[in-house]
Design a binder for this molecule. Sequence first.
Ligand SMILES: [Zn+2]
Length: 390
Amino acid sequence: MLGGVACAGMSSPTLDQILRSPKVVLHDHLDGGLRPSTIIDLAAETGYDRLPTTDPDELRPWFVSAADSGSLERYLETFAHTVGVMQTPDALARVAAECAVDLATDGVVYAEVRFAPELHVTGGLSLDEVVQAVLAGFRAGEAEAASAGHQIRVGTLLTAMRHAARSLEIAELSIRYRDEGVVGFDIAGAEAGYPPTRHLDAFEYLHRENAHFTIHAGEGFGLPSIWQAIQWCGADRLGHGVRIIDDIGVTEDGTVQLGRLAAYVRDKRIPLEMCPTSNIQTGAAISIGEHPIGLLRQLYFRVTVNTDNRLMSDTSMSNEFAQLVTAFGYTLDDLQWFTVNAMKSAFIPFDARLALINDVIKPRYAELRAEAAFAAAGAAAAGSGAALKP
Ligand SMILES: [Zn+2]
C-alpha cells in the first residue's frame, strides 16, 4: 500500500510523490518503449502489415501478454513488430522523441536509452543514418519536454547483438558519435551459447578509446556470464546482473557470506542495472517481493532501478519504484539512494553527473521530504485537535 506519510524520508512515499521525485534510468530499450498508437501510425505510414491488431486499446495488452506468456517465440515477436516499424529516419526520430517526452513526463531527469542500429537497416538505411535519426529525435524530445516544464537529458547507448558478428563495427560507430550524444556501448540478446568473450575485439577497442560500456549479463544465464563480462571484457556496468545472488549465501541465522565474485562486484562498486518487472516476465526472478534487489540493497551493492522495456512490461520508472515501495517499504531516502547510485554510474562526464546530483536530485528530494514532514505534522496536529499554522 502506498501512502500514510508519517515522518519525512522514513515512511513510504505516496504514488504522487514517486511521480514527482527526480529519477534516473540507465537501462531502457528504445524498441521496447513505443506508444501503441505510434506503432499503429508507423505501420500504416510504412506499409508494415503484420501487427496482430490496429486497435491501440487491444495492442497494448497484446504486448504485455505476449511478453508475459513464458514463450520466447511470442516474446521475440513483440520486438519484431516494434523494430519492424522503425526502419525510416522519420519513424526512428519520432520514437526517440516520444521516448524522451514519456520519460520526462514520468519525472526522469537523466536517461540512457539503448538500441541496436543493426536491427534498423532493413529499409535501406546505413548504420550512420540510423544513429543520426535517433540522436535528432532525442534532441527534439528533450526540447519538447523542456517546453512542457520537464527537463531531461538523454544519453544514447549503442547495442550490438551478441548472436551476430557486428560488435566491432557497432563499437566503432559508438565512438564516431561520442561527441554527439552516444555515451556508451552494450551487447544484448540470448546469453546462453553467446558469451560476451565472443566480442572481445569490440571491448578491447573501446578500452583503447577510453570509452564506456555495459553488458547484459546474469539475466538468462548465471555467474559465468557475469564473471566473463567483468573479468574478461572489463564491463563498467552489468545489465541486470541479478544472478549475482547465486554467489551470496545466507544462513538460517541471517549471516551473509559473499563469494569472491559477489565480493568483487560490491567492493569495486560495479553498478547493477536491475529491472524488477522485466526479470519476473523472463523468469529471472519469481516476484517483486522475492527479487534479489531487496538483499542487494541491504548489502549496499551499487544497485540501480530500471525499466528495461516499458511497453512489454507495461511499466515506468514510477511504477518500478512504487512496486518496490510496496514490497520492501522503501522510503524517499531509499529512492534517493537508488537515484544517486544511478547518476553516479552514468556514462556522462563526472562534472555533469555531479551537477545533476547536487543541483537537481538532492534538492528535489529535500523538497519532497519537507513536504512530507509538513503533511505529517499537519496530520498529527489535526489528530491532537491543535490548529496548524503554516
Ligand atoms: Zn535489457
